[in-house]
Ligand binder design. Sequence first.
Ligand SMILES: [Zn+2]
Length: 300
Amino acid sequence: MVRQPHKNPRMSPRTQRTIERIAQTRGIGFLTGQTITVRFMPAEENTGIVFQRLDLEGQPLIPATMPYVASGNRHTLLQHRGATVALTEHVMAALAGMQIDNCLVQIDGPEAPGCDGSALDFVRCLQAAGIVTQVQSVNPYRITEKITLIDAKRNASIIAFPTHGDQLILEYQLDYGRQSPIAEQSAQFVITPYTFVSEVAFCRTFILEQEIEMLKARGYGKNTNTSHLLVFGEDGLIENTLRVENECARHKLLDCIGDFALLGRPIIGHIIARKTGHEHNHQFLHEILSLQERRYSRAA
Ligand SMILES: [Zn+2]
């Protein structure tokens, strides 16, 4: 008897997930200095992630997908009909990292709380909320050809490759040069809820001392200090210790996970990001969306 080859060795996509019950946490907003509460609510299938500003008239909804991305300075700002929500990336990372596809995220201020600069508080909150599987499947975006995004001016790049498996492999390479107090470092993980929680979620935001002075001069970061995030001075980290040696590179992975979730569907492939920031992550998603459009128009 001739054994039939496996026609489709790939697993079928997992089912969508939401949280089981309402959960909330609070913390200081890094930009405004306000104490802000974020409340996670269960949501129906195919809702995606949607923010809601409870403090504004009419309590407007702001979907967390690419058409609603506005240009934020060093963070991901979402905007819909004049309502904005800033610093969304760590909340988005917690949800995407834990494979929560549908959730209403209510906040009572203009930005998500900064907490300790990582996604840890959001992860704990979502763990307390419990996760339930829904009936319909997710519709993952599989990278089927090499995608290259180059920012020659900043020597930054994102390169994505197809993979044989059904997961997202993410690598980040950080290199600010020999003069920088932040050492050259990299991090790579197959992103699953387990690796996200155990290897990435606790890694904190970092900033240079001179940058924080500039932000404070512009009125930002009033109530933040060196215990809230990693501040690097000329001689290294100020009044803090790293949780892992490559915490900065892992935090950049966290930002990528949060930003890439704005595609609205999980990505399958191998992505290597080098010296990139939020704007590169958004450009990369634009690249994916235009590739998709070209494919559809060819097929039509
Ligand atoms: Zn970040």
